[in-house]
Design a protein around this ligand. Structure first.
Ligand code: NBG
Length: 801
């Protein structure tokens, strides 16, 4: 299929859509109208490559990857699509003809925030890389009506508001009103002989919405298919005719609840049942859909693993094990053993965290009432596991169902051919801790795939200055072959190149400073060091340690204002899950510390603290290119990988961090002299846990002690001295993440950073080398690893007909 417009005719396409899709004339069109028109015009350009990719996959009956994920944190779509299609200049020009700014138009787009953090953003980077590499793939997830909540601050306290990205037309997707699957819940199982028949008591329908995902230069285009819940029975006319309008609408409301909101956590009981339903809803729809597609070309379902690889992104889709077995056996007639073997050879599982509270476990009672047939199958899968345990001659005895709880990690592991961690350290820890028993039974199953990030969004898109410098210096191939950045490494010693590199950083900082002035009513100097910690607020990520260090630095400045300080602006960004009270208390403390420091004339420009509300992908795209220092300071052993750490390094920020997650590998790549590593290692944290007495560390650290005393006596909450006691109480009761133990090492490392930044040449050299040597952290490299070691699948891009 050919493009419907002449090459270079984006103007014509935008004008067409402004009239015919949006229904406006140029003189009445708002920024949003122009955005919708441009989006339509760009989407049109995706159609030909999209059809071609689909046709080629069908024609060759190629193996496909299905990436099942509760979250896809896409961010804005328009600018990324424009970049991937190489239409930036055309779009800019076309809009300029009408006096419209391209930047205003792309910034008008709300983020598609269908995710919480790293796991969801990783899924979005993977979609981009799968298309860039020409690997036939579908992303499968949920089309939440409301994505992650919008955050604002009221006197420093987090306030959550519903997000509504679908309020304006969302015109990237195609509604597939014919693509519907029944999803059952509850009811009973009737067994006759070896046959089981599940009769659910409730049925909702899953309807597909497809978004084309174009790869770099539209070499290949895959599909993101998101499911929306619809009622089986649209509407009850009888109650309506009686005037009972609420009751008439009840079935619709109930069904649609399933895809209404993205869960930021699941700490309430009712929330739990709904969350389990969401998980089953999208997993079942996706499996039914991919089986239908397989059966259009193939008869024998036992051949499924030759054509299909399913990746479970964490345990959220872990019900895929029993559900695939159910579909293969109860619906398509395979024996249980054949169904199990087929499912197990098709499914793969990625673990993203070892934190015990984040490992999903469902009550047997709850699982049995919502998914009675699956509960039976889980028991049978558990028997298979027991048999394998017996055969393995180990003393390990892992079980899926234990103490009336279904352990979803164990279930996912048992039903998978390959299980992977997301950084070298995390994979080792998986083997040693949470999955040590399963690892003994299945020693070949666990492997590592260190995370990566897409260079299209996280360098080419978000940092145009650096992009241009790189293009001019080493050509443009780096965009799809990121390790070519190494070619700039020798230029770290070239003063002229360093100067240009740092001038770009300075521009990015100035732009951010302007934004802060405009949006937060605070003046900051782009000459200061921009020190940034952006991520979900969580105790293990230790924003609290950073806040304490900030307060301690302010104390030191107040004592000796005329000493030779390296001016700093500390940025914090991130949301706390609404029910995570301890994290919300930390947010309030950071805001109070910021308020106190920013209004202190003695401190002045030596230190400022900025906490912009509603951190999201778009804000990250502005903050990261402007960073000098990247804060990656989690308690070693707790951050599975991190991906923000990679984005910062790629954009020439130097890291201060612990030897945790992918920091270890970043250190290996950029070199120990170009990163500030401090604190305990994972093994040391483990060893220190026994007999840990926080007070001993505080007693030994006058700097930390002073800050804690200030917090206790209300220095940061004048008029409300006990406000921050809950933070201290929690910490003093159980400093599980060892803030006190690492504090002094962190303080010392920060003072080394001060000295480092003061030496402009040496710092610039480090910054250049961070960009030059972090090309390995491209998600293209990660996806190539999955394709080879896990999926057994080749690229189709560039292959001749
Ligand atoms: C997160 C980890 C991060 C990791 C991302 C992507 C979850 C459950 N885990 O360290 O905390 O980078 O996953 O792998 O969101």
């Amino acid at each position: 299929m050919k493009d419907i417009y002449e090459p270079g005719s984006l103007t014509q396409a935008i004008d067409f859509h402004l009239a015919h899709s949006v229904g406006k004339t140029p003189d009445t069109a708002s920024t949003t109208d122009w955005r919708l028109a441009l989006s339509r015009a760009v989407r049109d350009k995706l159609i030909a490559p999209w059809f071609e990719a689909t046709n080629r996959t069908y024609a060759k009956d190629r193996k496909r990857v299905y990436y099942l994920s509760m979250e896809f944190l896409l961010g804005r779509i328009l600018e990324d699509a424009v970049n991937n299609l190489g239409l930036e200049d055309d779009a800019r020009e076309a809009l300029a003809k009408h006096g419209i700014s391209f930047a205003d138009v792309v910034n008008d787009e709300p983020d598609a925030a269908l995710g919480n953090g790293g796991l969801g953003r990783l899924a979005a980077c993977f979609l981009d890389s799968l298309s860039c590499l020409g690997i036939p793939a579908y992303g499968y997830g949920i089309r939440y009506a409301h994505g992650l909540f919008r955050q604002s601050f009221d006197q420093g306290k987090q306030v959550e508001m519903a997000e509504d990205w679908l309020r304006h037309q969302h015109n990237w997707e195609f509604e597939r009103s014919e693509c519907l699957y029944d999803i059952g819940f509850g009811g009973e199982v009737i067994e006759t002989g070896a046959q089981a028949k599940w009769s659910p008591s409730d049925i909702v329908m899953a309807q597909a919405y497809d978004t084309p995902v174009a790869g770099w230069q539209a070499r290949w285009t895959n599909t993101l298919r998101l499911w929306s819940a619809k009622p089986k029975k649209i509407f009850d006319l009888d109650p309506f005719n009686r005037g009972e309008y609420m009751q008439a609408a009840a079935p619709e409301v109930l069904a649609e609840t399933i895809s209404r909101v993205l869960y930021p956590d699941d700490s309430t009981e009712t929330g739990k049942a709904l969350r389990l339903k969401q998980e089953f809803f999208f997993t079942s729809a996706s499996l039914q859909d991919l089986l239908r597609r397989f059966l259009t070309h193939n008869g024998d379902l036992r051949a499924l693993p030759t054509k299909v690889a399913i990746q479970m992104n964490d345990t959220h889709p872990a019900i895929a094990g029993p559900e695939l077995i159910r579909l293969l056996s109860d619906v398509h007639g395979l024996s249980f053993d054949d169904a199990f073997d087929t499912a197990q050879n098709t499914l793969h599982y990625t673990n993203h965290t070892l934190l015990p509270e984040a490992l999903e476990a469902w009550d047997v009672g709850l699982m049995g009432s919502i998914l009675p047939r699956h509960m039976q199958l889980i028991e049978r899968i558990d028997d298979r596991l027991s048999r394998d345990v017996a055969k393995s001659n180990t003393s390990a005895a892992p079980r899926i169902v234990e103490n009336d709880v279904v352990n979803m990690g164990t279930l996912a592991f048992t039903c998978s051919r390959r299980v992977n961690g997301v950084s070298a350290l995390h994979t080792d820890l998986m083997k040693q801790t949470v999955f040590s028993d399963l690892h003994k039974v299945y020693p070949e199953r666990i492997l590592n795939q260190t995370n990566g990030v897409t260079p299209r969004r996280w360098l080419h898109g978000c940092n145009p200055g650096l992009r241009d410098l790189l293009n001019e210096t080493i050509g443009t191939e780096w965009v799809s072959d990121l390790e070519q950045l190494e070619n700039i490494a020798p230029l770290a010693d070239d003063p002229a190149f360093r100067k240009r590199f740092m001038a770009i950083k300075q521009d990015n900082k100035r732009r951010l400073a302007d934004w802060v002035a405009e949006n937060m009513n605070l003046q900051i100097s782009p000459d200061a060091m921009f020190d940034i910690q952006i991520k979900r607020i969580h105790e293990y990520k230790r924003q609290l340690m950073n806040a304490f260090e900030t307060a301690a630095l302010a104390n030191a400045i107040r004592r000796e204002p005329d000493a030779d300080w390296t001016p700093r602006v500390k940025f914090f960004g991130g949301k706390a899950a609404p029910a995570y009270i301890d994290a919300k208390n930390i947010i309030r403390l950071i805001n109070d510390i910021a308020q106190s420091i920013n209004s202190d004339p003695v401190i002045g420009d030596r230190l400022k603290v900025v906490y912009p509300p509603n951190y999201n992908v778009s804000l990250a795209e502005m903050l990261i290119p402007a960073a000098d220092l990247s804060e990656q300071i989690s308690t070693a052993g707790k951050e599975a990988s991190g991906t923000g750490n990679m984005k910062f390094a790629l954009n020439g920020a130097v890291t201060i961090g612990t030897l945790d997650g992918a920091n270890v590998e970043i250190c290996d790549h950029v070199g120990a002299t170009n990163i500030y590593i401090f604190g305990m290692t994972a093994a040391e944290v483990h060893a220190a846990r026994e007999g840990y007495v926080m007070q001993d560390y505080i007693d030994r650290s006058p700097i930390l002690n002073e800050v804690i005393e200030q917090v206790r006596t209300g220095f940061y909450s004048p008029g409300d001295p006990t406000r921050h006691w809950p933070v201290l109480e929690k910490l003093l009761r159980d400093d599980y993440f060892m803030v006190a133990a690492d504090f002094d090492a962190y303080w010392d490392a920060q003072r080394r950073v001060d000295g480092g930044f003061a030496n402009k040449d040496a710092w610039a050299r480090m910054a250049v080398l961070n960009t030059a040597l972090s090309g390995w952290f491209s998600s293209d490299r990660t996806i190539q690893g999955y394709a080879k070691d896990i999926w057994g699948i080749d690229s189709l891009a560039g292959e001749t007909e």
